[in-house]
Design a protein. Structure first.
Ligand code: TXA
Ligand code: MG
Length: 322
């Protein structure tokens, strides 16, 4: 499937495809989504089939504005309205109690639902043209690296999708922050660009980090977002020795660096990412995908700092490495 340039006409055509129960891949500010009509169980079933995703893993419903929340959720707490006012449209997904009429296929049979209003203009135009909710996981095959460019979606899904809207590279580059607001104790299920401190400040309450949630979130599986090539996370001070050792064994290695010391290692398969956390985050998946395509034996990833700014990156790297 060749990606389609974005025009008013192609957005309207994509909205029509959604109405007919077809799948449309579209850009969001985080990663590309594989969208289907959230109110149509047959369309939702197609999403699971195209991704190769187990049917009990719930999807995120994308909506055009917070005003549509009541079409999907009940018992919406003030906290959700506060967060919506501050962070939507944007890379934040909220888990709320679902309306009884939401198809079970969307939520994997759970009593809660994930919703978000994306800020990417193409995503918003598509949502407005379509009118309803678009269920969309990341547009990759299950367990693989999320796509941040239209070409990645074509590689992942080929003709399993009716249309790929090409909105260029995603600005955030990692999946949305997920906060569970379904039981009165806000908890982060997946770190993202919107940080725990920002959420705490907006809510004026504690926000737990929930590595082992009672609720299913495939992004929380230990191995996820993984390249096919073996990837290892190495502190800068051991990475050089590790490179020497593996090269000495005749191994073809790739390096993902961000500090000048490591970026200076003479290695044909070294990619230097930005030193600033947000810029690194934006470039991470496409760099991993690129190294993964080069038939290497091992990818060595320079370990980022253990600070809040790097929380989303560290979460994804820990899942991409052995
Ligand atoms: O940035 C994003 O969130 C992207 C773009 C396309 O919006 N979407 C995305 O979708 O990352 P996906 O399906 O790859 O990840 C959605 C995550 C999964 O970990 C899923 O389990 C979790 O949201 N989730 C969905 N519904 C849930 C629920 N009711 N309770 C807990 N987690 C839920
Ligand atoms: Mg995903």
């Amino acid at each position: 499937m060749t990606p389609t340039p974005v025009t008013e006409q192609s957005i309207n055509q994509a909205a029509d495809l959604l109405r007919r129960g077809e799948l449309v891949a579209f850009p969001t500010e985080t990663v590309y989504g594989l969208g289907g009509d959230a109110a149509n169980p047959a369309a939702v079933a197609k999403i699971f089939a195209a991704k190769g995703r187990p049917a009990d893993h719930p999807l995120i419903v994308h909506i055009a504005s917070a005003e549509q929340l009541t079409e999907w959720a009940v018992e919406i707490p003030d906290a959700a309205l506060k967060l919506a006012a501050q962070f939507w449209p944007g890379p934040l997904t909220m888990i709320l109690n679902k309306r009884p009429d939401v198809p079970d296929a969307v939520t994997g049979g759970q009593t809660t639902i994930a919703v978000r209003v994306p800020s990417n203009p193409v995503a918003l135009q598509l949502l407005q043209a379509f009118g309803g909710g678009i269920a969309a996981p990341s547009a990759n095959r299950f367990g693989r690296i999320s796509p941040t460019q239209a070409g990645h979606v074509a590689e992942e899904l080929g003709d399993r999708v009716a249309c790929i809207l090409d909105g260029g590279a995603c600005s955030v580059g990692v999946e949305s922050t997920i906060i569970d607001l379904s039981d009165g104790q806000p908890a982060i299920l997946r770190p993202g660009r919107i940080t725990r401190s920002q959420l705490k400040a907006a809510l004026g309450t504690e926000v737990r980090l929930s590595p082992q949630s009672k609720i299913r979130a495939p992004g929380m599986l230990a191995v996820h977002y993984a390249p096919n090539t073996m990837a290892l996370l190495c502190p800068a001070d051991t990475l050089i020795a590790m490179t020497d050792e593996l090269c000495g064994q005749g191994k073809r290695i790739g390096i993902l660096a961000f500090t000048p010391a490591i970026a200076g290692i003479p290695c044909p398969n070294l990619i230097k990412l930005p030193e600033q956390a947000e810029h690194y985050e934006s470039a991470l998946y496409s760099a991993l995908r690129e190294l993964d395509s080069r038939q290497l034996d091992t990818i060595l990833i320079e370990q980022p700092p253990d600070s809040e700014a790097w929380a989303a990156v560290n979460d994804r790297l820990s899942k991409a490495t052995v």
